[in-house]
Design a protein around this ligand. Sequence first.
Ligand SMILES: [Cu+2]
Length: 456
Amino acid sequence: MSSRRQFLGASAVALGAAMVSRAALAAVPEAPTMSQSATQPPLAPSSGRPYNPVVTLNGWTLPWRMKDGWKEFHLVAEPVLREMAPGMKARLWGYNGQSPGPTIECVEGDKLRIFVTNRLPEHTTIHWHGVILPNGMDGVGGLTQPQIGVGKTFVYEFEMRKSGTFMYHPHADEMVQMAMGMMGFIVVHPKNPGFMPVDRDFVFLLNAFDIDPGAATPKTNTMLDFNLWCWNSRVFPGIDHLVVRQNDRVRIRIGNLTMTNHPIHVHGHEFEVTCTDGGWVPKAARWPEVSVDVAVGQMRAIEFQAYNPGDWAFHCHKAHHTMNAMGHAVPNMIGVDQKPVLEKITKLIPDYMAMGEQGMAEMGSMEMPLPDNTLPMMTGQGPFGPMEMGGMFTVVKVRPDVKAGDYRDPGWYKHPAGSQAREWTGAPFAATKASPANREGVELKARKPGGGHAHH
Ligand SMILES: [Cu+2]
């Protein structure tokens, strides 16, 4: 969750210039690095055409320099240490100090020169997903270029012919390098700032890791059974909130570089998909949605008018993706009376704890000892108690009293009197009105010797 102090940590951008000689500096631009995992303030363009910069959730935008009409960026592929949420750090591979790498922002018509230095223990390349460019700049190792060897720097040069939202990732030993966290966003702003304007423009990537509790390095051979479902290599409650002023037009650009699809769901508002990684969606081809399925290797930009104040859940709709690391081999214990077997087990293991008999919600409020460097499966504290979430979950905070360009956490929403669900305190619900199915359950339980809630 973003605090004021975290968010204002703009000074975290450190320049590696000290390591580069004056002569080298003239040729290769600086490679800024990021040491923080909190959302950094949007980077207003210091040169070139004007635009409204994006906010990278728990990330940052890569600074550039102008040289002879070219925008020059420098990406460094390297091992990084990423805090996924307070209490857990992962040893990933990324760019310029973080996974995902920094967002690259530019303007339609810009000429880009991107230096890529390889500080990984193996070769790499970068593919510019969705960008229309000359074939030799496409970054497919072995097909369009030789691999970038360990310690080498390659240069990519191309013109950004169209605006939109794209991604970058290696096209070399892809299974390993993407499973280790190598990816980033590319946002190309329209040449005309009046085209599709929004007040707030958020970007993040969906990514996933398989890290055993107590370990820090992802298992790169995992095909589908990942245990950390992330937005920008963060999991709930480590994903910052999206702070929005009431009635702002909001765009959220979501790219999927996991190995499965994610139906992303926004509460309290309807939205339209206005852009894919193929380009802008014409008005006549849009329809209202409250969930959008983002398939593997796709980008979907959604837009809505934030007219409804409150704290709105914003999450993947696959329930297993809003949980943190867990043992998937847990048997289904719902409705199982564990009491008889428990008495036998307790004789052997005195502090054995039976779980899951009435669902798993009890885990949300439980303080259980965990191995080092992992996160509770269901966690997070809201203003009314445990939120029982993890993974791909955060909150969109819509408030009337937020200033333009202010992304600081306004705290929890204060519900107007009479506008909140409350406990019924009138006449109690009669048990005899239970449905036939429910009655059967009650009778089954009543027949059990020593069963708790006998129905008389
Ligand atoms: Cu998902």
